[in-house]
Design a protein around this ligand. Structure first.
Ligand SMILES: *Cc1c(COP(=O)(O)O)cnc(C)c1O
Length: 233
């Protein structure tokens, strides 16, 4: 695939988000674009930021911390989201440096983030990562265990962490219908949780290859890497 510049790629992704939203009667402004900058240098993030992009997603804690440090001058006009797996021995720097963590899949991680979130910062926003296709080797809480985990996380100190919603990385599928099914299932799970009073407002789903399917099924945040920054090496 021949990639354009970050600027033209960003424009094209925004066009796709607008078209996908319009085609299902949704407001494109209700879909946040998270630019996934993993493996790309701080200079690429700075370039996207200069073009108006504000939300960035990273997978690897140490790589992210280095970039966050290198781009400290862009604070507070930049928001950092951890979307990759988080081990319990790495929660402390994450609690201090990030604005969001999308990959919470067990209570212990959320408890540590709540304990370690510096009191002078606003609450850390959390999503539960759900293994929506129920694949044995995949990370994420199973759908049937999500309500109990959500209730436990929502009960943690509100000044430190705030449960915002659900995240999933469905199995790749090529047909539009096959792409939509797991996204629909995640949306239904969110509705089930909200029917129990959880008040969640975030559905983090959809990537470069399936953002249209995710938006059609109600995504409020799409995580897009290669379509913006190019293929990863
Ligand atoms: C890498 C990654 C993305 C972005 O994937 P692309 O296919 O490059 O858009 C989104 N979400 C997660 C969790 C990722 O690890």
């Amino acid at each position: 695939m021949i990639m354009g510049s970050i600027g033209s790629n960003l424009q094209e992704v925004k066009r796709r988000i607008a078209a996908a939203s319009t085609s299902v009667g949704r407001d494109a402004n209700k879909v946040t674009l998270l630019a996934v900058s993993k493996t790309f240098p701080a200079a690429a993030v700075r370039e996207a930021h200069a073009l108006g992009q504000r939300e960035f997603g990273e997978n690897y804690v140490q790589e992210a911390l280095d970039k966050i440090d290198a781009l400290a001058d862009l604070r507070p006009g930049i928001e950092w989201h951890l979307i990759g797996p988080l081990q319990s021995n790495k929660t402390r720097p994450v609690a201090a440096a990030f604005d969001w963590v999308h990959s919470v899949d067990r209570l212990k991680i959320a408890q540590r983030l709540a304990e370690q979130r510096p009191a002078e910062l606003p609450p850390l926003n959390l999503c539960l990562q759900v293994n929506i296709s129920g694949e044995p080797s995949k990370s994420g809480v199973l759908p049937q265990d999500t309500l109990a985990l959500a209730q436990a996380v929502a009960a943690l100190p509100a000044a430190r962490v705030r449960l915002r919603g659900l995240m999933a990385i469905p199995e790749p599928a090529s047909s539009p219908d096959a792409q939509r099914a797991p996204h629909r299932a995640l949306h239904e799970l969110l509705s089930t949780l909200n029917a129990r009073g959880l008040g969640l407002d975030t559905l983090s789903m959809g990537m470069s290859a399936d953002l249209e399917a995710a938006i059609a099924e109600g995504a409020t945040l799409v995580r897009v890497g290669s379509a913006i920054f190019g293929q990863r090496g």
